[in-house]
Design a protein around this ligand. Structure first.
Ligand SMILES: Nc1ncnc2c1ncn2[C@@H]1O[C@H](COP(=O)(O)OP(=O)(O)OP(=O)(O)O)[C@@H](O)[C@H]1O
Ligand SMILES: [Mg+2]
Length: 112
């Protein structure tokens, strides 16, 4: 099992959710987050003052998928959430040791 943590633009959340549901993922967790990437936010000039807005509102989508579904889901995210501009986001992948469905106590991929 792999955990996919995708940080995306808020405006791509709705189409991404639809695409992930079409791809039959087992579950999705969504968080509102603030962050910055390589550009470290942006700079604004307000009444002669320079304001560095170093975190932007982003959405973090977390899902755990079976190993054989990983590449398909990465393709869905990269195609739906891409605008081509800086700040499109990032995907982090990590190994998941186990999953337990609390109701049935099933474990592993079957519990996803
Ligand atoms: N190395 C990182 N660690 C943790 N979070 C990150 C990292 N890089 C990006 N993020 C998160 O992803 C969001 C989007 O990052 P962003 O797309 O701007 O990455 P980037 O590396 O600057 O790429 P780009 O040059 O396309 O903007 C950030 O606001 C931050 O929340
Ligand atoms: Mg950036």
């Amino acid at each position: 099992m792999k955990k996919i943590e995708a940080i995306i633009r808020p405006e791509t959340l709705e189409p991404l959710k639809e695409a992930l549901i079409r791809a039959k993922v087992n579950g999705i967790t969504i968080n509102q987050v603030f962050g910055c990437g390589n550009q470290l936010g942006w700079t604004e000039y307000v009444r002669g003052n320079t304001i560095i807005m170093n975190t932007l509102s982003k959405i973090e989508v977390t899902l755990v998928v079976p190993d054989d579904k990983l590449e398909e889901i990465i393709d869905v995210i990269t195609s739906v959430s891409e605008t081509g501009e800086v700040g499109d986001g990032k995907i982090f992948i990590s190994e998941v040791m186990d999953c337990i469905r609390i109701r049935t106590k099933e474990r592993g991929e079957i519990a996803l």
